[in-house]
Design a protein around this ligand. Structure first.
Ligand code: FMN
Length: 367
C-alpha cells in the first residue's frame, strides 16, 4: 500500500515537461520565453524580425512565448524602437505572429506596458541614455510623481487624474487589440521600474491623493488597470502580472508587500504572478547567482496560493526541472538562454529524458 502511494506520488510529481492548464489554455510544458525588448520597431509596428525571433522560439518547443513589452501608447515606449499596440494597424502583423506560433504548437502572450519615467530612451546599442524631450525621438515622460530615475535625467511630469484615466483606457484598448491579434495570454508589466511598478513603490510614488501613501493607495492604479483590461479581456483567458518582488532596498517595496499584493491579485482573477525583482531604484547592487530570484516566486506561491513564474539566471535543464519538482514555481521564464539557444526546450527534453514532438522538418536532427 505504502509502495503504491509512493509510486503514484512519483508519477504525479510535476516536472518541467508536465502540462499545466491555466483557464482556457493547456501549456505543454513549463517553459516560457520571457519578454525581451527588441527595440526594432518603427512607430510600434512588429515586422519580420519579430516574426522570425518569436517564431523560432515557437519552433524551439517553448510552451508559451511572451512578446517584449508592447507599449499601450507612444509615450509609454521605453525607446522609439519599442513594439507598440496603440494603433489598430498594429494588429495585422501581430496576428501573423500569433498564427505562426499556434501553427507550431506554442501559446503566445503579449506584455502590455507603459514605461512611465523610464520612457524616451535610446536603444541599448546606441547607449541607452534618456533622450531629452526637446530632442529628436524624445518626448515627455509621465509618472506618479515628478521624480527622475537618476539625478541626471529630465524629471517626468506628475500624472493628473485625467492622465491616469487615459492610461487605464490605453491599457483596455491595447487588451482589446491583443485579443483581436490572437494572443492567448496578457501579461501586465508591473516590474522593473516602469509605470505600474512606479505606482506600487514608495520610492517612486510620493503622491498625497488616493493613489499614494498607504499600501492600499499605491496598489490602486494597478488594480484599476486590471479592472479596465478585464472589461475587454475574457474571464476565461489567462491574465498574468509581472512584478518586481523586491527592490533590494530597506524601506521600499518588499517581498511581504508582494505576497500581500498577490493575495489580492488572486482574488481579482489574476492567474500567474511572474516574479522578477529590482529596476526602480538606480544604483542598487543585486548579488547575481543562478536562480537568484527563485526564492521570491516560491515565497509568493506558498504564501498567497497563486501560480508563480520564476525568472533570472535559469539556464540549465536540470536547474529548471528542480524548481518545478520542488514546487518553488509553476512556470520557468527564460530570457537570455533563449537568445543563445531558441531550441532550449528540445535540448532540455533530451537531457531530462522526456519525449516531445519535434517539428517534422527537423526530425532527422532529433537526438
Ligand atoms: C534583451 C532583453 C530585453 C528584455 N526586455 C524585457 C521586457 O520587455 N519586459 C520584461 O519584463 N523584461 C525584459 N527583460 C528581462 C527578462 O525578461 C528577464 O526577466 C531577465 O533577463 C532575467 O532572465 P534571464 O536571466 O533568463 O535572462 C529583458 C531582458 C533582456 C536580456
Amino acid at each position: 500500500m505504502l509502495l503504491t502511494i509512493f509510486v503514484s506520488n512519483k508519477i504525479n510529481m510535476a516536472h518541467l515537461f508536465s502540462p499545466l492548464k491555466i483557464k482556457n489554455i493547456e501549456l505543454k510544458n513549463r517553459i516560457v520565453v520571457s519578454p525581451m525588448c527588441e527595440y526594432s520597431s518603427e512607430d510600434g509596428f512588429a515586422n519580420d524580425w519579430h516574426l522570425v525571433h518569436l517564431g523560432s522560439r515557437a519552433v524551439g518547443g517553448a510552451a508559451l512565448i511572451i512578446t517584449e513589452a508592447a507599449a499601450v501608447s507612444p509615450e509609454g515606449r521605453i525607446s522609439f524602437g519599442d513594439l507598440g499596440i496603440y494603433k489598430d494597424e498594429h494588429i495585422a502583423k501581430l496576428k501573423q505572429i500569433t498564427d505562426f506560433a499556434h501553427a507550431h504548437g506554442a501559446h503566445i502572450g503579449t506584455q502590455l506596458a507603459h514605461a512611465g519615467r523610464k520612457a524616451s530612451h535610446q536603444q541599448p546599442w546606441l547607449g541607452g541614455k534618456q533622450i531629452p524631450s526637446d530632442q529628436p525621438n524624445g518626448w515627455k515622460s509621465y509618472a506618479p510623481s515628478a521624480i527622475a530615475f537618476t539625478e541626471s535625467e529630465e524629471p517626468p511630469l506628475e500624472l493628473d487624474k485625467a492622465g491616469i484615466e487615459k492610461i487605464k483606457t490605453d491599457f483596455k484598448t491595447a487588451a482589446a487589440r491583443a485579443l483581436a491579434a490572437g494572443f492567448d495570454v496578457i501579461e501586465l508589466h508591473g516590474a522593473h521600474g516602469y509605470l505600474l511598478h512606479e505606482f506600487l513603490s514608495p520610492a517612486s510614488n510620493k503622491r498625497t491623493d488616493e493613489y499614494g501613501g498607504s499600501f492600499e493607495n499605491r496598489i490602486r492604479f494597478l488594480l484599476e488597470v486590471i479592472e479596465s483590461v478585464q472589461e475587454v479581456w475574457p474571464a476565461e483567458n489567462p491574465l498574468f502580472v509581472r512584478i518586481s518582488a523586491t527592490e533590494w532596498t530597506e524601506g521600499t517595496w518588499t517581498a511581504n508587500d508582494s505576497v500581500a499584493l498577490a493575495i489580492i491579485l488572486k482574488d481579482k482573477g489574476i492567474d500567474v504572478v511572474d516574479c522578477s525583482t529590482g529596476g526602480n531604484i538606480a544604483g542598487v547592487k543585486i548579488a547575481l547567482k543562478p536562480g537568484y530570484q527563485v526564492e521570491f516566486a516560491e515565497k509568493v506561491k506558498k504564501e498567497s496560493g497563486i501560480l508563480t513564474g520564476a525568472v533570472g539566471l535559469i539556464t540549465k535543464p536540470h536547474q529548471a526541472d528542480e524548481i518545478i519538482q520542488e514546487g518553488e514555481a509553476d512556470l520557468i521564464f527564460i530570457a537570455r538562454e533563449m537568445l543563445r539557444d531558441p531550441y532550449f526546450p528540445l535540448r532540455a527534453a533530451h537531457e531530462l529524458g522526456h519525449e516531445v514532438t519535434w517539428p517534422v522538418q527537423y526530425e532527422r536532427a532529433k537526438w
